[in-house]
Design a protein around this ligand. Structure first.
Ligand code: 9MR
Length: 556
């Protein structure tokens, strides 16, 4: 069944209500204004969607392509909320999902002409950051002061973490690499708009400029994070004045940094005039970080006793080697890095010929290597195994499309995917489906990707769009300090909430209970809920990728 011809928020699924529901047989789509029937169809047979413990029927109205505002009407289920069919439906979402990064900028005031009601004074200059004991070295002892301004706040908190910046920044760079024409015409109304660099890259540069300062020039090592010692309360950025620290150099930070700088170096080479020397500087930074990781291949993050903010700790580092080697290989065309990639795959236990590319997350970045290699497959040196690259991407996309097809709800998500940040898992699955579609043109893979975007936009078990500012019913109380403290009723727009998480990790901190512990319903729209309702840059980045990709790739 295809619901993909509808680039909107189609509540294309009608839920049954338990034990012995009267089976509805038909549905219609009616015009929102006039109530006139625009489309009629047969509902699919009821089937169980285990993630929601619910029986559902599919309503497929892919054949309805006439632009307009509609409701879906099904026997026994009443009318849905209004949704839109429009060939440009994802344009505003693409822009807002990127503007969210601007709203999360550190070290700058947001001016009314860019931020409207969300204007705010500058916070966290980060020009005087202390070296924490865990990061002390001969040239920068404990307490030494460095400057590491700019960057994006990670999430609802005000700290800046290299590991999570890695995947987030890369995902925006990849979006630009894959769909440059879309982004060249897009304007985000940020301070750099109208300049020489497309807005998506100008926004990404805000974080790249910070990341560059997180490298110790003395040895190429990269600090894991720049942070307060403890999380702030719900205050605005300028009210948060706790001392800031750079903490421990780690192998993951060095390799994620190397991967991002290698990718950024090749993307920004085309904008040499705007930032002379930057592309070369980024490549050198990437190579220095790679060298540091060669010399320190196994330094996992260990949270110091006096630091209590996010850890992004990960014991498995082979996937970070795979990713960094791949990006350095693509950018430098040096076959040595292809050999390093092969070696890292062996180490990761990921060298089987039929292995899948995987689905990326902050702690599992090898899939990003396949994304980049597949995109650049025509420009690699003869050393590369092009068949392997294509096979991995295709096999991953086929597996996800099969899960989509086999799901009563037409989403590829499995129970094991419903963890902290599950909405980002959904969109990273979509991102991998889209890589398959770009390689092989299989329509089912595009449809399955769109289904996942539909899912976060409201075709889900709680009937809420989990992107702030989008949808009839959307997330109102994200765990996001500016949204909590700015005195504006509506949350800052364009942010993706973490999503259902039956782990309920924050339940003890919340004054109200989760509405349900059924996996796909374990979502609490309250600002206490950092485990289901926080925002984060690594969750918005695949939203930005997928919204742009579907706008570009979905046939009108
Ligand atoms: O996204 C992270 C998730 O995968 C982890 O399970 C969780 C607990 O360690 O941390 C999440 O990351 C948070 C980070 O540590 C601090 N800033 C907010 C992030 C999103 O909740």
């Amino acid at each position: 069944a295809k619901m993909a011809a509808v680039p909107a928020i189609p509540p294309g699924i009608v839920e049954g209500n338990g034990a012995a529901p009267a089976v509805a047989r038909r549905f219609s789509v009616v015009e929102a204004g006039t109530g006139q029937v625009a489309f009629e169809g047969e509902l699919g047979a009821p089937a169980v969607w285990p993630l929601a413990h619910a029986s559902v029927q599919l309503a497929d109205f892919s054949a309805l392509t006439r632009p307009g505002r509609y409701r879906l009407r099904a026997e026994g289920a009443g009318d849905s909320a209004v949704f839109t069919i429009d060939a440009q439906a994802y344009g505003p979402l693409s822009a807002a999902s990127l503007k969210a990064f601007y709203f999360n900028r550190a070290s700058t005031a947001l001016l009314p002409q860019h931020a409207g009601a969300y204007a705010r004074p500058a916070g966290h200059p980060d020009t005087e950051v202390r070296v924490h004991a865990s990061a002390a070295g001969p040239t920068r002892p404990e307490g030494a002061v460095i400057s590491a301004a700019k960057g994006w706040y990670d999430a609802g908190d005000y700290n800046k973490y290299i590991v999570n910046s890695g995947i987030s920044t890369y995902t925006l760079l990849a979006a630009y690499e894959h769909y440059p024409a879309w982004f060249r015409q897009q304007t985000l109304n940020i301070p750099e708009s109208g300049g020489a660099v497309p807005d998506v890259l100008a926004e990404t540069l805000w974080n790249l400029d910070w990341m560059l300062q997180m490298q110790d020039p003395a040895d190429g090592g990269v600090y894991h994070k720049l942070t307060d010692k403890s999380f702030d309360g719900a205050v605005m950025p300028h009210q948060s004045n706790a001392p800031r620290y750079v903490v421990q150099k780690t192998t993951a930070a060095a390799l994620d940094f190397a991967a991002v700088m290698a990718a950024a170096s090749r993307v920004l080479a085309a904008y040499e005039a705007a930032r002379p020397g930057l592309s070369a500087r980024m490549q050198a930074a990437a190579e220095a970080a790679w060298q540091w990781a060669q010399a320190h291949p196994n330094i996992a993050y260990r949270q110091p006793a006096d630091v209590h903010t996010g850890a992004y700790d990960d014991e498995h580092l082979a996937d970070e080697f795979v990713w960094a080697a791949a990006e350095l290989y693509i950018t430098t065309r040096d076959d040595r890095y292809w050999a390093e990639l092969r070696q890292a795959l062996q180490k990761a236990g990921d060298a089987a010929p039929d292995a899948l590319a995987g689905v990326p997350s902050w702690g599992s970045v090898a899939p990003l290597a396949w994304v980049s290699l597949a995109h650049h497959r025509d420009r690699l040196t003869p050393a590369a195994d092009r068949a392997l690259i294509e096979r991995r991407i295709r096999a991953q996309a086929e597996a996800l499309a099969a899960a989509w097809r086999g799901s009563a709800y037409r989403v590829s998500l499995q129970a094991s995917d419903l963890v902290w940040g599950s909405n980002s898992g959904a969109l990273n699955q979509a991102l991998m489906l889209l890589q398959g579609y770009r390689l092989g043109g299989e329509r089912a893979q595009l449809d399955a990707a769109q289904s996942l975007l539909d899912y976060v936009l409201g075709r889900n078990a709680v009937g809420i769009s989990m992107v702030t500012g989008f949808g009839t019913r959307s997330t109102q109380q994200p765990h996001h300090r500016p949204s909590m403290a700015d005195g504006v009723a509506a949350p800052v727009p364009g942010f993706l909430a973490g999503g259902p998480n039956p782990g309920l990790n924050d339940a003890a901190h919340c004054p109200v209970p989760y509405p349900s512990d059924i996996p796909a319903r374990s979502y609490l729209d309250h600002d206490c809920s950092y485990a289901s309702n926080e925002v984060a840059i690594n969750w918005n980045a695949p939203l930005a990728y997928v919204a742009a990709a579907l706008q570009v790739l979905t046939p009108a």
